[in-house]
Design a protein around this ligand. Structure first.
Ligand code: SRM
Ligand code: SF4
Length: 513
């Protein structure tokens, strides 16, 4: 690590344990951990370093781990889903999974003694969980319909894979990028609708023409944290849609790794470094690492559409084929769902499956002739193509069921309240409601029409109770904007009536007759 003026004199506790032993080092010890069991493990290895391999100990479910994969561009297939279903099956009711807000998958209920074998199975099926947690680059997001839609500007899947391979050394683990000052998010958009929420990524590539050539404008520094939320800002740079993207990611990561603050973890995300160096200084530090000239940004980008949710049936650019978006309520799946999705993708498509940042699933390549039969499949009664107006756009973080940061239970509550409101109201359009269990904002309440952020509240009797802060004004797609907090500390047991009011006043909902 290069010493710079910003190198702290005092390291935070995470930096101390990282300096003692790199997170990736536990990769070589997995068999040993499996043998001795989680109870006997060194606590820092168990509760922190394992996250470098995507293995998260869950204090809420002791001895049952969460496994976060990497699913670049949200692209997976029936063979992989079958393997994931088979991994979960032996865990019975304790095994489950979630599609995440970074179009990724997390498995739950995992026992540590099974991990070496699980890792072998993941590798055989071409999956990895490497560097998916802690101070690493998260799953790289892209349009979930890359390569499928006629109007797409760039099919970014290969680029996304190249960036992931650079960062993780092809999924083996790459010590060059395992000790960032903090987590890091990258998105590469190839469509016109900003399907990735470019504005909330540390680096986002958005399509833009410069002198008639299609490439990407680059945004940097977008992030949410409990103390600050900042939209990404233009780096004033344009890159070609090729190795330049990979090079630029590497250069930015190196600058962040070497110059980012390691003193206070609440001030360590990339935007804090951009603040410190100034945008020009940051850009110059990045440009100095490149062997080619970093060009100025294009005057405008090509994000010109409203954001789509990709649910329902949509014709593909390949004549006679369709992609079919299925709603997975708040992203929750079980073993049987994986196996059934795998079967449907093979019988009706070509085995391909895509995931979305709205925590849903897409089955591509369904011929016109097989559409009707797919729509009649029993799984589509639950994972419907025609969801009701609130459940359609519902997004929720993990919440108290599995996450010890949570102030409130989220997923089930989100579904229950949405369904109760749907029973009482008619809606002229879908309303995007996002739930997040604490100020870390994994469920992105700031991008929602109405966002709920878990907090402590006071009930009518004055006693502490579960509550939420309400966010409004999030705008996605073109001209994306973050919403802001409009109400504080609403007790969960009075929330439904508050939401009913908001839906009527602000979104044109009407009471059912
Ligand atoms: Fe997150 C930490 C879950 C997307 C901001 N996030 C956590 C942990 C790992 C905390 C923990 O150890 O328990 C949560 C694991 C709970 C569990 O058991 O699932 C967790 N985050 C999630 C997921 C699963 C939410 C979901 O249900 O979809 C998402 C996984 C994405 C993935 O596939 O990698 C997830 N997290 C996000 C996002 C949204 C995004 O990327 O678009 C954000 C806000 C954007 C950002 O990062 O700037 C987000 N998560 C955080 C933060 C606050 C970061 C900060 O700078 O302070 C934390 C806490 C931290 O890192 O210290 C956090
Ligand atoms: Fe856990 Fe909070 Fe993230 Fe929800 S927002 S998953 S409660 S850390």
């Amino acid at each position: 690590m290069t010493q710079t003026a910003s190198t702290p004199t005092k390291l935070n506790k995470f930096e101390k344990f990282k300096a003692e032993k790199d997170g990736l080092a536990v990769k070589a010890e997995l068999e040993h951990f499996a043998q001795i069991g989680w109870e006997a493990m060194d606590e820092t290895d168990r509760d922190h370093r394992l996250k470098w391999l995507g293995i998260f100990s869950r204090p809420v479910t002791p001895g049952r781990f969460m496994l976060r994969l990497r699913t670049p561009s949200g692209e997976t297939n029936s063979q992989r889903l079958r393997v994931l279903g088979e991994i979960l099956q032996p865990y019975g009711d304790e095994g489950s999974a979630d599609i995440t807000t970074r179009q990724n998958l997390q498995l739950r209920g995992i026992r540590l003694e099974d991990v070496p074998n699980i890792f072998r199975r993941l590798e055989e099926a071409g999956m990895t969980s490497m560097q998916s947690g802690m101070d690493n680059v998260r799953n790289i997001t892209a349009s979930p319909v890359a390569g499928l839609e006629a109007d797409e500007l760039l099919d970014t899947r290969e680029l996304v894979q190249q960036v992931q391979d650079m960062i993780t050394n092809g999924g083996e683990g790459n010590p060059e990028f395992t000790n960032l000052p903090r987590k890091f998010n990258i998105a590469i958009e190839g469509s016109r609708d900003n399907s990735v929420h470019a504005e909330i990524n540390d680096i986002a590539f958005v399509p833009a023409y410069r002198e008639g050539i299609l490439g990407f404008n680059v945004l940097v520094g977008g992030f949410f944290s409990s103390t600050r939320c900042a939209p990404a800002i233009p780096l004033e740079a344009w890159v070609e849609p090729n190795q330049q993207v990979v090079d630029l990611c590497r250069a930015i990561l190196e600058v962040f790794r070497d110059q980012g603050s390691r003193a206070n973890r609440q001030r360590s995300r990339l935007m804090w470094l951009i603040d410190e160096l100034g945008l020009d200084g940051f850009r110059a530090a990045v440009a100095a690492k490149l062997s080619w000239d970093l060009l100025s940004g294009a005057a405008e980008d090509e994000i010109t559409w409203e954001k789509r949710d990709h649910l329902g049936v949509h014709p593909q650019k390949q004549a006679g084929l369709n992609y079919v978006g299925l709603l997975v309520p708040v992203g929750r799946l079980n073993a049987a769902d994986f196996l059934e999705l795998a079967r449907l993708a093979e019988v009706y498509g070509k085995g391909e499956v895509r995931l979305t940042v709205e925590q849903n699933v897409i089955i591509p390549h369904v011929p016109d002739s097989r559409l009707e039969a797919l729509l009649q499949e029993p799984l589509l009664a639950t994972f419907t193509t025609t969801p009701s107006p609130l459940v359609r756009s519902l997004v929720s973080c993990t919440g108290a069921q599995f996450c010890n940061f949570a102030m409130v239970e989220t997923k089930q509550r989100a579904l229950d309240i949405a369904q109760e409101l749907e029973a009482e109201l008619d809606f002229p359009r879908s309303v995007r409601m996002h739930w997040t269990g604490c100020p870390n904002s994994c469920g992105q309440p700031q991008v929602a029409d109405i966002g709920m952020l878990g907090t402590k509240a006071r009930g009518a009797d004055g006693k502490p109770t579960e509550g939420v802060d309400i966010y409004m004004g999030g705008k996605v797609g073109k001209d994306a904007q973050l919403g802001s907090r409009v109400m504080k500390g609403i007790p969960c047991d009075t929330l439904k009536s508050v939401l009913q009011d908001l839906l009527i006043k602000e979104f044109g909902a009407t009471l059912k007759g």
